[in-house]
Unconditional design. Structure first.
Length: 338
């Protein structure tokens, strides 16, 4: 009797599976199989060196706060351009005079570094390199008008891009082109202590300019923005505008994170909608661009983490493991591109 019951259950299970498979279209089954395959560890491309990236963060911070219209800002910009040139990139600068929220004219410089400039298939990687002039989210109000080091908010994204450029230069194994764009004047947005009303147009000024003044004939398959990608305890949730404008790129990058072994840093969960450099790239330049930006859902001080726009955004609070997770994920994405 037990054998009959067991046989019956086996037949019933087979029928259920067959019935379920019948309801799945070939496209659905293909998508499920691709998702399951992505869960398996399969790293490709060179190894991202987190120690090197950490050193790049430190080198930027050594200039001091890189707020707009300061000598530290200008000297760091020259250093960034030289480093990309050392790693075989064709480097140019896009200069502009941009008006800040308070009418201040900002001497802006977008730095464009092209790896394999002759390649027609291109991926855009970008990050802002300026720093916040005011620590207006610091728990100590006496610090609100002081500039920040911007180790995470600014330097970390540039550092990851520099290390990727260095690895591409060393390996020479990537056949597609990559454009590293260091965007300026991102963090001159209206401070919390200002009397004027905050507007999203006061942020990402360099990205707005770049999106409206693309190099002649410029095209990119898609873009990835790196913002605050070195913080302690950081996790990267699916950002809202990224899901609105480029959901397939989000899936691609999250799949790459799992394949590279860093899926725990990229939860399959949604974060907020962030006004950032990727918004004008999507809206103005029509380049589908996603934002890899840290999201701390349980942090009471800020969902961007405890150091955001505070004097604690310094090298002491940069985590090599976070840099590694993001950098290796981007390398995995690039080396799985056809």
């Amino acid at each position: 009797m037990k054998k009959l019951i067991l046989l019956f259950l086996m037949i019933l299970l087979a029928l259920v599976v067959a019935f379920a498979m019948g309801w799945l279209s070939p496209a659905d089954r293909s998508a499920e199989e691709a998702e399951a395959a992505a869960e398996r560890l399969h790293p490709v491309g060179p190894s991202f060196d987190a120690d090197s990236a950490y050193a790049f963060v430190g080198a930027q911070c050594a200039f001091g706060p890189r707020a707009m219209n300061t000598s530290a800002h200008d000297r760091c910009g020259d250093w960034i351009a030289r480093k990309f040139s050392e790693y075989g990139c064709e480097v140019s600068s896009q200069h502009a005079r941009l008006r800040g929220y308070d009418g201040t004219m900002l001497n802006s410089r977008n730095i464009i570094a092209r790896y394999r400039p002759a390649a027609t298939t291109r991926i855009l990687l970008c990050a802002h390199w300026d720093t916040r002039p005011w620590a207006d989210n610091d728990p100590d109000s006496t610090h609100w008008r002081k500039p920040i080091d911007g180790a995470n908010d600014g330097a970390s994204g540039v550092a990851v891009m520099l290390e990727i450029a260095r690895q591409l230069h060393l390996s020479g194994g990537l056949t597609i082109g990559v454009d590293f764009v260091c965007l300026d004047a991102e963090d001159w947005g209206t401070p919390q202590w200002a009397n004027s009303q905050d507007s999203e147009d006061t942020w990402a000024l360099g990205a707005q300019y770049f999106a409206a003044h693309l190099p002649a004939g410029y095209e990119a398959r898609y873009g990835i923005l790196l913002d605050m990608v070195g913080g302690q305890g950081a996790r990267f949730y699916r950002e809202g505008f990224s899901m609105q404008f480029a959901p397939e790129i989000v899936k691609k990058v999250w799949r790459a994170a799992r394949a590279a072994g860093f899926g725990s840093y990229f939860p399959k969960a949604d974060g907020g909608m962030i006004t950032d450099d990727h918004v004008p790239l999507n809206r103005i330049a029509n380049i589908p661009t996603i934002d890899l930006i840290a999201f701390y859902p349980d942090c009471t001080q800020s969902s961007f983490g405890p150091t955001w726009h505070t004097l604690d955004d310094n090298l002491e609070h940069i985590d090599r493991h976070t840099l590694k997770a993001v950098g290796q994920t981007v390398i995995q994405t690039l080396f799985t591109e056809k």
